[in-house]
Design a protein around this ligand. Structure first.
Ligand SMILES: *[C@@H]1O[C@H](CO)[C@@H](O)[C@H](O)[C@H]1NC(C)=O
Ligand SMILES: *[C@@H]1O[C@H](CO)[C@@H](O)[C@H](O)[C@H]1NC(C)=O
Ligand SMILES: *[C@@H]1O[C@H](CO)[C@@H](O)[C@H](O)[C@H]1NC(C)=O
Ligand SMILES: *[C@@H]1O[C@H](CO)[C@@H](O)[C@H](O)[C@H]1NC(C)=O
Ligand SMILES: *[C@@H]1O[C@H](CO)[C@@H](O)[C@H](O)[C@H]1NC(C)=O
Length: 495
């Protein structure tokens, strides 16, 4: 298995770029980050800790334990009237999420909050079986959202027991993307442990048929079309242009040169990989279409979709001209730094995300159907084929997905009996299609951010933040303060 992460990146299912990582690919040019990243306004000082967790919270057969990593930042924490903001870690290195969740750092002082960032099992350093964790389905058996939530609950209990002053404080779960789903589910399953949850860009309805499978790629397309209708049309036409050029050896050679690929295309599988890789690039750009220069997945300019679309203004050109334009557009994503020697279709840009772990999760619980029709979106048509998906998963991991388990476990759309969850979504974010974008009850509230891409609200304050995200953040803080007040009020009533 040369590239076991294929599912995660979308190459497992030929002909279709499957779910791009929820939390995405990242930082291929780490060494450049200081020059292009806007530096956080607050100092991020934290201490690193480990807690011994049971490998299996739900059975009694094994006593095995492992070390879960977590971070604590208590510079602004007040024992008197304070709070605890608890980041429910997702599919990657917790330090990377800590680095990219400036919002928590920005509000810590106002909420007198201790910040805790808990790493998700099987990611970063929190590996239940060390180097053997991904060896086979037996070792991976304990990689589920339920086990991860149980880890979080145990950790909070432990902190309350051992950190003087923490015992009588309200805890609020915060998370983005898959971590946002975990934050919401944590409040649903453990309402006695957290008083509320901020679930940013959490596609809790991207399961089964809760939302149409095409909505994700339609939003990607809308982002490009809003920038310029000729842009999405250029992309739509590029697939056939690639197909036509790929029919001859000379055409393959031309394409490899024109796109400056590190490895030349030699057969139809390579061509499919090329199309998947290009699709994934447009998806990633939609997700990180932030209003300022940033380096979440790649070093990128402000409003990168707009920059890309500058090169795709004319769909009615020859195939070769169109692909030369596509190359210039790809270069915005892969070569903003000016350092790329060639474009590498197999480059996995970050070690901060756990591709193996997410591939397994996508093949078990996290089955998120995606499809395209080429009409409402700018991609080649591709239906969602659960049978094929399941077979591919079986070949890869020796397990078959249980696509309806998540809705059985967490309620699907029937969640109105829960309380105190904020669902925030950016209109530009393709994952908003599977998110909660309408208020469900007074305490299950949806906040939409018109100019927001993937959990923009969780990022640090920035001078170029649009008004919509400033409003969203202030509303989020307002709700969190209310939960904290309610907690202390009920504590007083008890005494
Ligand atoms: C987090 O940020 C620090 C400071 O900028 C940097 O040194 C470190 O490499 C980052 N770690 C990750 C995993 O992103
Ligand atoms: C990346 O940008 C630099 C500077 O503009 C350029 O010299 C180089 O050829 C580009 N790389 C690719 C693969 O286009
Ligand atoms: C492309 O990326 C892969 C995976 O990171 C790496 O092994 C390979 O050396 C790269 N190829 C080139 C030509 O840079
Ligand atoms: C949600 O409730 C509706 C109406 O009561 C019901 O038809 C549906 O099966 C429920 N869904 C789940 C996942 O329980
Ligand atoms: C949900 O309700 C809150 C409070 O009334 C409001 O601020 C917010 O805009 C509503 N959200 C949506 C998506 O309508």
């Amino acid at each position: 298995m040369g590239r076991p992460v294929l599912l995660f990146l979308g190459f497992l299912i030929p002909g279709f770029a499957v779910p791009v990582p929820l939390a995405l690919r990242a930082l291929s040019n780490l060494h450049l980050s200081t020059s292009v990243v806007s530096r956080p306004a607050v100092v991020m000082e934290y201490s690193i800790h480990y807690i011994q967790q049971k490998v299996d919270h739900f059975g009694f057969k094994t006593d095995k334990t492992f070390k879960q990593r977590y971070l604590i930042a208590d510079r602004h924490w007040k024992r008197d009237g304070g709070s605890i903001l608890f980041y429910t870690g997702n599919e990657g290195d917790i330090i990377w999420f800590c680095n990219n969740t400036g919002f928590m750092w920005d509000v810590a002082e106002e909420l007198k909050a201790m910040l805790v960032f808990a790493e998700h099992r099987y990611y970063g350093e929190s590996l239940p079986f060390g180097a053997n964790s991904f060896k086979d389905s037996r070792h991976l058996n304990f990689l589920t959202s339920e086990q991860a939530l149980a880890d979080f609950a145990e950790l909070i209990k432990y902190l309350k027991r051992t950190v003087p002053g923490a015992d009588n404080q309200p805890v609020i779960a915060v998370g983005g993307s898959y971590g946002g789903m975990l934050a919401a589910w944590f409040r649903m399953q453990y309402p006695h442990v957290v008083v509320g949850a901020l679930a940013a860009s959490a596609p809790i309805w991207q399961f089964e048929d809760l939302v149409p499978c095409g909505v994700f790629m339609e939003i990607v397309t809308t982002d490009f079309r809003k920038s310029d209708p000729d842009c999405s049309e250029s992309i739509r036409r590029s697939w056939d242009a690639i197909n036509r050029l790929s029919t001859t050896g000379a055409g393959l050679h031309w394409l490899s040169e024109a796109l400056q690929l590190c490895t030349p295309l030699t057969n139809s599988q390579d061509v499919q990989r090329l199309k998947d890789w290009i699709s994934e690039t447009w998806v990633n750009l939609a997700m990180v279409d932030y209003p300022y220069e940033s380096n979440f997945l790649q070093p990128l300019p402000a409003w990168p979709v707009k920059v890309v679309c500058q090169y795709l203004k004319n769909p009615s050109v020859s195939d070769t001209q169109l692909l030369q334009n596509i190359f210039k557009a790809l270069n915005v994503y892969y070569n903003y730094s000016g350092q790329a020697m060639c474009l590498n279709m197999s480059e996995i840009s970050t070690s901060s995300l756990g591709y193996l772990g997410w591939s397994y999760q996508a093949c078990t619980e996290m089955v998120m159907p995606l499809c395209t029709n080429g009409v409402d979106d700018m991609f080649e048509p591709h239906t969602w084929d659960l049978k094929k998906f399941s077979d591919d998963c079986f070949n890869l991991w020796g397990v078959k997905p249980r696509p309806s388990w998540i809705t059985t476990m967490y309620g699907g759309k029937n969640i109105s009996s829960h309380t105190n969850i904020i669902f925030s979504n950016g209109d530009l974010d393709p994952w908003s299609g599977g998110g909660v974008t309408k208020n469900i009850t007074d305490t299950l509230v949806a906040i939409t951010i018109r100019e927001g891409a993937h959990h923009l609200d969780l990022r640090a304050n920035n001078a170029f933040d649009p008004m919509s995200v400033l409003l969203a953040r202030s509303l989020e803080v307002k709700y969190m303060k209310q939960w904290i007040r309610d907690f202390y009020d009920s504590l007083r009533k008890k005494h």
